[in-house]
Design a protein around this ligand. Structure first.
Ligand code: HEC
Length: 206
């Protein structure tokens, strides 16, 4: 069979499959993609448009039940936190040890689940729970980093205003290991930070 015929048949198949996919109902649309390479997008009032393609970013680490408040009661091991960075920012961090302007992180929370056959012990990530985002952008925020809370799965906002500095920024700037970011908790970024820090201390010792 000629190639173009095969292509036409395949395309026709795709179109007909597409036509029968039901439109998603009330489920949050966190999977549909913005074009890759887009940086933070803002609405005219300064709100950040929710990045829709964060699952395709570089996954830097996960934690469970990491709590910022003492004596917090939680179900099972607590929530799973998945952290992703924009791929372009990851590449620059890897090369330079610095987070570039327009770096974005997504923190997606999942509730713990257990005992779904065949598992008898342990926990896995259950339903998507909520989304928070951090952006480094001095053009928009004098202190560089800004933090956004897009709310929970059943009511995920399409856009979010920056959260006040005292709520998010202060803990991040005080405790994040590198430039407001909690690199100490991310196994994919930790070795990069260490390599660049030891290279720069070797340079200054010369
Ligand atoms: C008391 C400290 C504290 C406060 C307050 C805080 N965070 Fe965080 N944040 C953390 C820690 C610890 C992590 C490490 C990853 C995790 O939670 O699993 C983190 C990670 C993140 C990340 C992933 C990127 C990064 O910077 O490491 C985002 C995005 C984020 N937080 C958003 C927020 C937002 C939005 C707020 C305010 C509504 C907030 N945080 C308030 C401690 C804090």
């Amino acid at each position: 069979m000629r190639h173009w015929m095969l292509v036409v048949i395949l395309l026709a198949g795709l179109v007909s499959v597409g036509a029968h996919v039901p439109k998603s109902s009330a489920a949050p649309d966190i999977a549909s993609a913005l074009p890759q390479g887009d940086g933070p997008q803002y609405a005219s009032d300064g709100a950040l448009v929710r990045p829709k393609n964060f699952e395709t970013w570089v996954f830097v680490g996960a934690s469970t039940g990491l709590s910022y408040e003492q004596d917090m009661k939680m179900k099972g091991p607590g929530e799973f936190h998945n952290v992703y960075i924009r791929p372009e920012a990851y590449q620059v961090y890897k090369q330079t040890g610095k987070f570039p302007e327009k770096t974005m992180f997504a923190l997606a929370l999942y509730s713990p689940d257990e005992k779904v056959s065949p598992s008898h012990a342990g926990y896995f990530e259950g339903d998507f729970d909520s989304l928070a985002v951090a952006v480094k952008d001095h053009d928009h925020f004098p202190e560089g980093w800004a933090y956004f809370n897009f709310g929970s799965a059943h009511d995920l906002s399409a856009r979010a205003m920056p959260v006040s500095k005292s709520n998010c920024y202060s803990c991040h700037s005080k405790n994040g290991a590198d430039d407001n970011v909690f690199v100490q908790f991310y196994p994919i970024l930790r070795p990069i930070m260490k390599a660049h820090k030891s290279a720069s201390s070797a340079d200054s010792a010369r």
